[in-house]
Design a binder for this molecule. Structure first.
Ligand code: FAD
Ligand code: S2G
Ligand code: ZN
Length: 494
């Protein structure tokens, strides 16, 4: 493997082969205003303001104008003009990116392209088990449309009320059902997208098999808006469940949680769809910050798992299956305590705890956040090693690790020492902390970005830790498809 320093990562966002991006000319702006109309074009700072900061409030961007095309053709018009004038475009859906991926640079040279008006569900076929949604359709709208048709779109996450189809595709989003159905990469059947030269790629077919060469769809999935603008996607649906059971279990350790997962899968097979690890300190934070949530068990156990089980059988079949299994787990001492949601409202109450963690964290204050994955079987040992190294190197810090245990994916966040200025501590120590965590993850064969992507937040760490051959191949793909570097400048690439 070539030594790391040999990777030539020519800056793409700003200059490719010496041709720097340019701010939009007055002529371009007036042409786009005429083409898009008053609902599709604004240069009013008040209109743009809400969309120029990322969800975590880390990045403050600026844009020459906010473009809101209503059709793929209007997207083509925008991209073709920006390509010819080498003007940067930042695609934005729900703006829930955790890595600043949808926030334009602060220099205001790029145009912000919102997909909000690309908001139609174009079709739903029960025979094909497929739904075609435009990029700006929100995840909950996809869930509702599928349910009305007796189907289900099996991907969910805490931002489901804001995250859009285009954003979910472009970040290869994960969430809480990856355990059974995989991330977006497994659930996208086809894509319609405007490529950086302004051409329209119409690949929306719901074909389950198509081996005509390279898979452009799979490049755009997880491409973070750097290879084109997704205008619609064909999504895979699965049958609606007959019944579902949601349980909250108190457990002694992540190692025991993993044992419980494998034991449940041995008994119940693929019906275990979600298995989310929640440590006591996270539960305490949610109970403190989020109104209307209650502790599921009498005791606040050091570790907890939220389990969702789905069964094709109707009525209380899922409840019966998981009750029997958990009774045995309690008898054996593997589970310390458990409660089974007795109603849909209780089930939603348990999920509300899990889905409110990010909001509770935001209210709790700044922390050094990591979205990591390691091989599942290595997770408990990784957690022990990381804790020991962090306690040695950064005394007084507090580790908060939660999330998608079954995928080997943890949100591994470290809070600064309680005394002193958190932001100041992070500005001095955050980079060293992240390097320690990411080096440990890399040494375990893991990833420094399990599901949130790279955006602008992790470019440095990607360059520092990724395989040079991979980086060089990715740069070559970017240069081939977007030679002028107009697509989402300074994201994923410098
Ligand atoms: P945006 O934030 O608008 O954009 C995300 C990226 O996609 C940017 O790079 C943007 O340029 C690009 N993009 C957006 N639309 C398009 C398009 N049409 N064409 C091309 N590029 C486009 N993520 C997970 O994976 N799992 C989780 O469990 C999870 N939980 C979350 C919980 C909360 C409370 C929050 C706030 C976020 C969470 N996220 C999670 C992160 C985020 O929701 C996902 O990354 C989501 O996919 C972003 O969708 P979005 O529409 O908000 O995209
Ligand atoms: C989750 C998003 C929030 C976070 O809740 O599963 O993906 O804090 C996360 O990282
Ligand atoms: Zn997550």
């Amino acid at each position: 493997m070539r030594p790391r320093e040999s990777v030539c990562m020519r800056p793409f966002g700003g200059s490719v082969g010496g041709m720097a991006l340019r701010p939009p000319s007055a002529a371009l702006l007036s042409d786009l205003a005429a083409a898009l109309g008053p609902r599709g074009f604004s240069s009013d700072p008040n209109d743009m303001k809400p969309w120029l900061t990322d969800w975590r409030g880390r990045y403050q961007g600026a844009a020459a104008a906010l473009l809101s095309p209503a059709t793929a053709e209007e997207v083509r018009t925008i991209v073709a003009r920006c390509a010819s004038e080498r003007v940067g475009l930042v695609p934005q859906g729900g703006n829930t990116s955790m890595v600043g991926g949808a926030t334009p640079e602060a220099d205001g040279r790029s145009l912000l392209l919102s997909t909000r008006r690309l908001n139609r569900i174009r079709s739903l076929s029960q025979d094909e088990n497929a739904l075609v949604a435009e990029a700006g359709v929100i995840l909950t709208q996809v869930h509702e449309a599928a349910e009305q048709a007796g189907r289900r779109f099996p991907l969910s996450l805490g931002a489901k009320g804001s995250a859009t189809v285009g954003g979910l595709v472009s970040t290869n989003a994960g969430g809480t059902q990856v355990l059974r159905f995989g991330p977006m990469r497994s659930l996208v059947l086809g894509i319609e997208a405007v490529l950086p030269d302004g051409s329209l790629y119409s690949g929306l077919s719901a074909l389950r098999k198509d081996n005509r060469g390279y898979d452009l769809k799979q490049l755009l999935i997880g491409g973070e808006g750097t290879l084109g603008i997704v205008t619609a996607a064909s999504l895979k649906l699965v049958p609606a469940p007959g019944s579902r059971a949601v349980a909250w279990v108190g457990i002694a350790s992540p190692a025991d949680a993993l044992r419980l997962l494998r034991w449940l899968e041995g008994r119940l097979g693929e019906s275990v769809e979600a298995f989310e690890l929640v440590p006591r300190e996270v539960l305490v934070s949610v109970l403190h910050h989020i109104p209307g949530v209650r502790a599921p068990l009498a005791e606040l156990h050091a570790w907890n798992v939220l389990i969702e089980l789905v069964s094709p059988g109707s009525g209380s079949e899922a409840d019966a299956l998981i009750s029997e299994a958990l009774a045995e787990a309690l008898d054996s001492g593997l589970a310390l305590d458990a409660m089974l949601a007795a109603s849909e409202a209780q089930a939603q109450g348990l999920w509300r705890i899990r889905e409110s963690i990010a909001e509770a964290e935001r209210l709790e204050g700044p922390s050094v956040k990591h979205d990591i994955s390691v091989p599942v079987s290595r997770l408990p040992e990784f957690m022990d090693k990381a804790r020991a190294a962090i306690e040695r190197g950064f005394p007084g810090t507090r580790i908060v690790a939660f999330g998608h245990l079954g995928d080997g994916n943890l949100h591994y966040n470290v809070l600064p020492p309680e005394d002193g200025d958190a932001a100041a501590w992070i500005s001095v120590n955050g980079g060293k902390m992240t390097a320690l965590v990411h080096d440990l993850v890399t040494s375990e064969g893991g990833s420094i970005s399990a599901e949130h992507g790279i955006g602008q937040h992790k470019i440095g760490e990607l360059m520092r830790t990724a395989d040079p051959a991979l980086l060089a191949a990715q740069a070559a793909i970017k240069k081939a498809l977007d030679p002028a570097g107009i697509m989402n400048p300074h994201k994923l690439f410098t």
